[in-house]
Design a protein around this ligand. Structure first.
Ligand SMILES: Cc1ncc(COP(=O)(O)O)c(C=O)c1O
Length: 383
């Protein structure tokens, strides 16, 4: 995200804009970012237009809102709006990539054991076409060594598809190094940034990745139903997605079933009508994020994260996080013999966290304060 440095505004003034904090301590942004007043206002704006103008709003307002969102998503990751395709979720964005590649000479796709599995599923589903998924294992369930990824990539590799931040451990991967490994072997690199964009500054040009996807659900505060795919513009003309729809057509209102002429830009990776309510919610969420700026968000979340790790250790818990603080993000896994029971106990105290196998997962964001996770830890260690 390349937004300008913000005025230093106290956390409290942001927290007031997220009504969930009126009754709960919210520590689960890596599952679902909290709803802001601004996102609700923007959704209401959409509902008013729908009610008042119906389809007439498409042409002078909603069409522009889609372009605005592509532009804003682009700014979040250092790309142009013309390099962004809108999708309803990450799986759909992956489909657009998966159905654009030629597997005839390169049939391997390299993923890691810590990636969200929808990445692997996209290519496991192509086993019937000869596509082979290579899973690089993690030695410690936290990170995957770059050398192991490098060993798995060869001249048969079409793509490395892996996470920017692992949902399982919060560890940040070196996406630039992964892109270099791919390119050295003539392969492409796709980074799933769903757990990164928003909480970590991203510059796809500096990372030199070929594809980058993320979306509203988590750190971008847009809720469900809206995601995006960045495609390196130099690649776009050569890629002809086999999963497509009328939004990919350069003249979609020609309604011509005889020929498919794709957009020159990343819209060729889109398919059908985007869901407008999520688009509006996302525009509202992005406004809040842009105000604060990615560097300040990272600074605030890392301050909370390091304090959370320190307090957990002091309380005798052993958080599963990357050993190097520079590789950590605001997803902290606290070992638990019965995570579902612990998450319920926390919920009884109005503290919202999440359960993952063997762990309670806590994810603070810029609207949290130290007392939030400290209260969670205190509860966890009681009895
Ligand atoms: C890193 C990552 N990728 C993808 C997903 C989910 O993808 P989709 O939008 O297809 O549900 C998640 C979790 O919801 C995730 O944490």
């Amino acid at each position: 995200m390349t937004s300008p440095a913000p005025a230093r505004v106290a956390t409290e003034s942001y927290r007031e804009r997220f009504p969930i904090f009126r009754h709960s301590v919210y520590l689960n942004s890596c599952s679902l970012g909290a709803l802001s007043l601004r996102a609700r206002e923007r959704v209401n704006e959409y509902l008013d237009l729908w009610e008042g103008r119906g389809a007439a709003a498409w042409y002078d307002v909603w069409w522009a809102a889609l372009a605005e969102l592509r532009g804003r998503y682009g700014r979040i990751i250092g790309a142009a709006g013309s390099e962004i395709a809108l999708h309803p979720n990450i799986s759909s964005a992956l489909t657009a990539v998966g159905e654009s590649l030629d597997y005839s000479r390169r049939r391997r796709v390299v993923v890691t054991s810590l990636d969200f599995p929808t990445i692997a599923y996209q290519w496991l589903a192509k086993a019937g076409q000869g596509v082979e998924v290579v899973v690089v294992e993690s030695p410690d369930d936290t990170r995957v060594p770059l050398e192991a990824i490098e060993r798995a990539v060869d001249d048969r590799t079409a793509l490395i598809a892996t996470s920017h931040v692992f949902f399982t451990s919060g560890a940040l991967q070196d996406a630039a190094a992964i892109a270099k490994i791919a390119h050295r072997r003539g392969a492409l690199a796709l980074i799933d940034g769903y757990q990164a964009a928003g909480q970590v500054p991203v510059d796809v040009k500096a990372l030199d990745v070929d594809f980058y996807c993320a979306g509203g659900l988590k750190w971008l505060l847009g809720g469900t139903g809206v995601a995006f795919l960045y495609v390196r513009p130099e690649l776009t003309p050569a890629l002809l997605p086999r999963a497509t729809g009328w939004f990919a057509h350069r003249e979609q209102f020609r309604f011509d079933p005889r020929s498919l002429e794709r957009h020159d830009d990343a819209r060729r990776f889109e398919a059908g009508t985007p869901p407008l309510m999520p688009v509006y919610a996302q525009l509202g969420g992005l406004e809040v994020l842009e105000e604060l700026g990615s560097a300040e968000i990272r600074r605030r979340t890392m301050d909370l994260t390091e304090d959370l790790i320190e307090c957990a250790r002091a309380a005798g818990l052993r958080p599963k996080v990357a050993p190097d603080p520079a590789e950590r993000t605001a997803i902290v896994m606290l070992p638990s013999a019965d995570p579902h029971r612990d998450v319920r106990r926390l919920a009884d105290a109005r503290i919202v966290t999440d359960a993952r196998p063997g762990h309670v997962r806590i994810s603070p964001y810029f609207y949290n304060v130290r007392d939030d996770h400290r209260a969670a830890i205190e509860r966890l260690i009681r009895d």
